[in-house]
Design a protein around this ligand. Sequence first.
Ligand code: SAM
Length: 230
Amino acid sequence: PSLCKQRYEFIKQLVSKHKPKKVADLGCADCRLLWILKFCNCIEMLVGLDISEDVMKEKMHVLYPLPGDYLQPTERPLTVILHQGSVAQKDPCMLGFDMVTCIELIEHLEAKELEKFPEVVFGFMSPAMIVISTPNSEFNPLLPTVTLFRHPDHKFEWDQAQFQKWALAAAARYDYTVEFTGLGAPPPGKDVGFCTQIGVFVRKYQKNGEPEAVEKCSEHVYKTIFKAVY
Ligand code: SAM
């Protein structure tokens, strides 16, 4: 399977294991991961966020309930929402999540946005679990067509030490643990690490529900472009 599919599969496995009820995908692009997660029965709230309304709109119709969803209603409620907005901005609609995924997102952020990212995602949203994936630049020499970056829109690509330093600093600052893993093993003898590097962050402290929403009450800045209630 492609690396892209492997990343979605990795998230699906994590969801099966940890059974989050509220999941948000940041930089959800064409909603492909959301579409896969729609079939995970533990999830009751599925939210996508992307800066580009156009890229989300391309395929968001796949998120509408199917006729069968009405003919055979399941016991669990499911709400799917898409917001247009930036991960560099706080919006109270992102509070109270159990899992937040950022798949191949951070390398698309401008320096200013990247600087804000930990405060928004770890500090403000502060979900129980955060998964961040990004290219491992040490693998690039093994990719025949890659010159500088794997994609023209990438603002940077980090080696393992750079990613781990950044991730460990965010984890320490916002009270998370982090474990590193990856997908796409290098060929034998090439000790460069995985093609995609992944950090799985787990919040160290317990949070109790609703009061934070009031406490952290800030203005809504995201624009909701899709909502389906099953
Ligand atoms: N997560 C998707 C996946 O794994 O298939 C694709 C990620 S795509 C490579 C990066 C996405 O991040 C793009 O859809 C882009 O519009 C979005 N993006 C870039 N800057 C953003 C920001 N500041 N806030 C939210 N999304 C952003």
